[in-house]
Design a binder for this molecule. Structure first.
Ligand code: FPP
Length: 241
């Protein structure tokens, strides 16, 4: 049995969450507290994401899904949306180098159609670059909304002309963006908000939830290990006794 015991937190390698979802919240408040523009918060948030992804891979997590841009985030000021798109391009370019050679498989999930040709091309390139890796999968949710995902799944099931009696839960799961991912064991939401904000609503049916006041750019190894240790202390009954 291997223990990750720094700092003061012990986690067991036998009972790791296979799939962790992360709502990377609090970038704006982090920047505001320091008198910085909101984009500085997003930049530090991107750094936190890189570190957390590498750590999860090192620990042996199978899949991490991060909420990077929601279907509702288009409502933000144009300037912030434009800058987030530039940050995404930069992140993907760096990810090819910094995550690709760390054996991480990067995938984008969500409705990618509204993104620019440049972003779609960069996503395709980064996915192809990391496709032969064999380690952790990092799903980056972009223009993602759980209701939109479920709607997309329903439309695609209807188009497949399957008869209503043949539709079961597995049919729906096969049409979700996360069809290749293991069950979602744990959702982490920093920043003090206690809600799921349209993130993985089908997948979270039996997920354990972990909330903290830490703002995402400050989220580090001790928070991740704390969340995993907390997960390992939960008694998951799935409706049984
Ligand atoms: C929520 O914080 C965060 C976002 C809407 C964007 C998340 C993006 C990153 C972490 C940047 C890195 C990721 C990529 C792939 C570019 P908020 O702005 O709502 O914070 P607030 O609630 O404090 O205002």
């Amino acid at each position: 049995m291997k223990f990750w015991n720094k700092p003061k937190v012990k986690i067991e390698s036998e009972n790791l969450p296979r799939h962790i979802g992360i709502i990377m919240d609090g970038n704006g408040r982090w920047a505001k507290k320091r008198g910085l523009p909101r984009m500085a918060g997003h930049r530090y948030g991107a750094e936190a994401l890189k570190k957390v992804a590498l750590l999860c891979e090192e620990i042996g997590i199978n899949t991490v899904t991060v909420y990077a841009f929601s279907t509702e985030n288009w409502r933000r000021p144009k300037d912030e949306v434009d800058n987030l798109m530039l940050l995404l391009l930069e992140y993907l370019s760096r990810a090819q180098k910094e995550l690709g050679d760390k054996n991480i498989i990067l995938k984008a999930i969500g409705n990618l159609s509204p993104f620019s040709a440049e972003i779609k091309e960069k996503i395709a390139q980064t996915e192809a670059f990391t496709a032969n890796n064999t380690g952790m999968t990092l799903n980056i949710a972009l223009n993602y909304g759980a209701r939109d995902e479920i709607l997309h799944a329903i439309k695609s099931i209807v188009k497949s002309q399957v008869s209503a009696d043949d539709i079961d839960e597995q049919t729906i799961e096969r049409h979700l963006y996360t069809k290749d991912s293991p069950p979602l064991d744990l959702i982490i939401r920093p920043s003090g908000e206690l809600r799921l904000s349209n993130f993985l609503l089908w997948q979270c049916a039996y997920s354990e939830l972990w909330f903290s006041n830490v703002l995402w750019p400050d989220f580090d190894k001790k928070h991740l290990l704390g969340a995993i240790a907390d997960f390992q202390s939960r008694n998951r009954r799935y409706g049984g006794v």
